[in-house]
Design a protein around this ligand. Sequence first.
Ligand code: UD1
Ligand code: CA
Length: 451
Amino acid sequence: MKTTAVILAAGQGTRMKSELPKVLHKVSDKPMIGWVIEQLKNAGCDELIAVLGHKGEMVEPLINKDCRIVYQHKQLGTGHALIQAAKQLKDEAGCVLVVCGDTPLLKAETLQILQKRHQEEGNLVTVLTAIASEPFGYGRIIRNDRRQITAIVEEKDATTEQKRIDEINSGTYCFDQQFLLKALTQLDTNNAQGEYYLTDVVKLAALEGQVGGYILEDFEETLGVNNRIQLAAAERIMRLRKAHELMLNGVTIIDPEHTYIDSTVTVGSDTVIWPNVILQGQTIIGKNCEIGANSRLTDAIIGDRTIIQNSIVWESTVGDYCTIGPFAYIRPQSVLADHVKVGDFVELKKSTVASGSKIPHLSYIGDAVVGAGVNIGCGTITCNYDGKNKHQTVIEDHAFIGSNTNLVAPMTVGAGATIGAGSTLSKDVPPEALALTRAELKIKENWRKNK
Ligand code: UD1
Ligand code: CA
């Protein structure tokens, strides 16, 4: 049977106190509505319709590849929102899966089970419910003495007795399409909030036929994000999901509660990740690496057996057996081969470093091509910018750059050349040569006494 999914996302999300529409707030690496869309697609829905409203023009460009967009110009309630989507539906057999744009933790498997039960049981509506230890704020599931669902009562409309019910409405439902189209015309606003409640469709279904309920064991999955406290709760759960996936694949994460890894990141087995590490975007880390505390890797590719301490690697590639940091800053378009050492307080920008080279301390290397087996002494700087343009520095294989050297680009240090410490060079140095620019040392004996 054809399944159309409808995502309700027109609400302002007043409780977020934000300029950004609620569903665009991110959980881990994706906006909430992005997670919902991904799971609906994985669940195999035939078509997705999103109902947008408040600041919908900000949401639309991010989702219009995946969803047909309809607008609800006035937010008159969840029932009213679904009426806008229903205008796109034909009066024919089908299943309409409704989810809220603010439940990012829902999984595709759950949506599949919900649909399966709905069809097998021949229900007019099947509601995804959960048992909540703190049900405050959610609609409560009302069951008769035969345990059949007869209605959903909103917090604001509930009696004291109903407020004690701990089975909550997740806001996710499967509807019989033809029944839904009919029931939506019967909604009214006779309730505490003066809104068209989608939940009232459940009451109508109970009168006309059968309502099913699928009680999800894991309440967390149904978490609806209405404020930033719930946003942080969703973030934590999403973060732990990723950490658990990696740990089950052989990665050691010392403290998963304090490790922040995007869903898009790959990490090889026997790599150890220390606390406060942030791994983002298309980062790929090899096997047997150690990512030390407080490192941040964004779109970084790291080989095997590399150690990174307290450093930032950004849109760059690092080979096998490298050691990076502490406090290194590797900026975009840098490429490091194997066995490279980039030590403390070194900044690298758009530079390539060939195998076995060392830049151990306090250097700035920008727009440079560094050969193999090069040693760059402490405090070396490539002067790559003349105030207008950037220029390249080439340091060929096995060159030795003495400490505190300034290489004024464009220039080349030939293979095997040696630069004396403290030099400022603005001309090419031939291979195997020694170059140094140093003022002659003057010593005046007993200088202070004779003053
Ligand atoms: C709703 C349910 C409640 C359930 C809870 C689960 C109703 C009446 N109540 O309450 O039973 O426990 O979700 O999280 O349905 N929306 C629109 N247009 C509107 C109003 C809302 O598109 O006019 C969208 C919102 O953007 C949001 C979703 O519908 O994504 C839910 O709206 P929200 O205001 O958060 O409903 P709750 O009060 O949480
Ligand atoms: Ca909500």
